[in-house]
Design a protein around this ligand. Structure first.
Ligand SMILES: Nc1nc2c(c(=O)[nH]1)N[C@H]1C(S)=C(S)[C@@H](COP(=O)(O)O)O[C@H]1N2
Ligand SMILES: [Mo]
Length: 198
């Protein structure tokens, strides 16, 4: 595990409790990094409680209106990284024509190799939720989620699935990979919702 240069927690409003600011960008995940040579083999599926299930090619996603938010990320292991400039497509744009069923209340994000994470629908649909392909002007590296990762900055960073391949809309909350292994179902860094017993 590599945390880079860690500076002492800043006593200001941007850093949640018991987080340390790093200027490096640690790589953290379970499982293998996928290496894509050819994005014609890649797609993003949207399914579950929706009227119009969809499969996007990379090109189709890139044709949607672009967003370039800057935000802070907070990993449950204790590092925070401030002022990340992302480029991608806002979740709101991606789901615009999907026809989300009124009884859909949660989403499960599916990544490569069956890795998953869950979050409430309203959190996923927040203005700030993004599907990102670029970080600080550089295409995401394979280690950080190339070609596409979720960025849900108001929750701990494990909810920001790297190598995103599908979005499933659900009526009930279904724990994802880390949530099944004791991480919190919601994961608010400001309330330190790290583990399910917190
Ligand atoms: N597909 C996938 N996405 C994942 C993970 C993972 O194991 N697999 N780990 C999460 C965790 S715990 C963190 S802290 C961030 C780390 O992202 P980074 O490696 O780009 O810093 O990715 C999240 N997204
Ligand atoms: Mo994490």
């Amino acid at each position: 595990m590599f945390f880079g240069k860690i500076t002492k927690k800043k006593d200001n409003e941007r850093v949640p409790p018991n987080q340390n600011v790093t200027t490096r960008w640690p790589v953290l995940h379970y499982g293998n990094v996928p290496y894509y040579k050819d994005l014609s083999e890649w797609d993003l599926k949207i399914y579950g409680m929706v009227e119009n299930p969809a499969t996007f090619t990379y090109e189709e996603l890139m044709a949607l209106p672009k967003s370039s938010p800057t935000n802070d990320i907070h990993c449950v292991t204790g590092w925070s990284r401030l002022d990340n400039a992302w480029e991608g497509v806002a979740v709101k744009e991606v789901v615009k024509d999907i026809g989300i069923h009124p009884l859909a209340k949660y989403v499960l994000l599916h990544a490569e190799e069956g890795w998953t994470t869950n979050l409430p629908l309203d959190d996923f649909l927040k203005e700030t939720s993004l599907l990102a392909h670029t970080h600080n002007g550089q295409s995401l590296t394979p280690e950080h989620g190339y070609p596409l990762r979720a960025v849900v900055p108001h929750l701990y960073f494990w909810k920001s699935a790297k190598w995103l391949r599908a979005i499933e809309f659900l009526p009930m909350e279904t724990p994802g990979f880390w949530e099944k292994n004791g991480y919190h179902m919601y994961g608010d860094p400001w309330k330190e919702e790290r583990f399910s017993w917190d």
